[in-house]
Ligand binder design. Sequence first.
Ligand code: UD1
Length: 429
Amino acid sequence: MEKIVIEGGRRLEGALPISGAKNAALPLMCAGLLTKGGLTLHNLPHLADIKTLASLLTELGSKISYDEEGWDIGSGQTVTIAAQNITSTTAPYDIVRKMRASILVLGPLLAREGEAIVSLPGGCAIGNRPIDLHLKAFEDIGATIELKDGYVRASGKLTGGTVHFATVSVGATENILMAACLADGSTIIENAAKEPEITDLANCLVAMGAKISGIGTSRLEVTGVSELHTTEYSVMPDRIEAGSYAVAAAMTGGELELLGNDLPFVMTGTLEILKQAGLVFNETDRGLLIRLGSEKIKGINAVTQPFPGFPTDMQAQLMAMMTMCDGASVITETIFENRFMHVPELCRMGADITVNGSSATIRGIGKLLGAQVMATDLRASMSLVLAGLAADGVTDVNRIYHLDRGYERLVQKLGSCGAKISREQADSI
Ligand code: UD1
């Protein structure tokens, strides 16, 4: 197993290409199951989760081809998903347990084949994460759902209908949106999630021939069509990767130009809070230039919310930054329970954090100190990398397979902006 070793205290400066968004890429790949014609996706990030999903799509009968020629630090890969024949409608436990987003094959398989059998994802490090909202919505548009032996079996001809989500769910909105495109009728999705990754998915589906209105709002209307056709689509930039590097710029007293389209819009909730913390942003013709505008990071009060609010996927990174704030900060997590597992690790680096239910109070300290740390989920791991970049001394971040799931070329990207960071062999932990 490998670890990331960081010698902290170096100012980061330079231009950082932002990769294609993992959370947009995964549903887009699943949308490839909706057409016999093949879907070509550009700007897909090189990440472990993309490979895991590709292996699931292959298992279902898709042929996946990659164009990886000459990719460098700033270029994504082009992947074609050719699902002319679906040979299996079962997503097995072994793959679904590795990656919860595998549940997103349910909608496309059901819509196209009239049946999908998908392993229940089970618990995960950041909470219980049930799929009840997905299942109820499929029933609302005509499916029959059975749960047996740890699997969901969804079947039936989709007729469309009205879906009203009691809670905003990104994955459930995506799943039902994909299925509704091939339903035999119209579907209205109320209280839909509005995350930019959903807009990206909807725009791709429209390019494939789907009829969707209300894109970008919480009320989506889908008129089913009999088939979707081939298209090419380019994945949006990763707003969470971009937000993480914005935090890196501030924590190291540096200045980074994040390269990507539409960053001010897709990062809106993040930028709002970072601005309150004293960061300044200037739009450039290539992206967004970010630095700390005040002498010290200012204390903030942040609450995680669905888009356009402050994203839960930035909560751990923000907390790492607030360990250095002037005074104190409060961060409240409203989306997932049990998403403060980075707290004890940050405290091992000298942070002063108290958790009370779903809120954490962070009192700023002068300097973080390097330490041996490890995290149990992707964003928590990134918070430790960020802390390591700013800390005095050396930080070893263990269990880096989490980072490989979500941060493309992390070491190379940070290294190119002046960080002293490397991957090394770890003692087994
Ligand atoms: C997606 C993102 C994840 C992000 C999250 C919230 C992907 C691949 N993952 O996850 O990075 O942190 O959105 O922005 O895009 N819930 C239920 N029942 C359900 C579904 C969800 O109770 O059937 C709850 C969840 O437990 C959670 C909340 O709804 O408390 C929001 O979860 P959801 O938006 O569905 O997250 P994901 O789609 O899993």
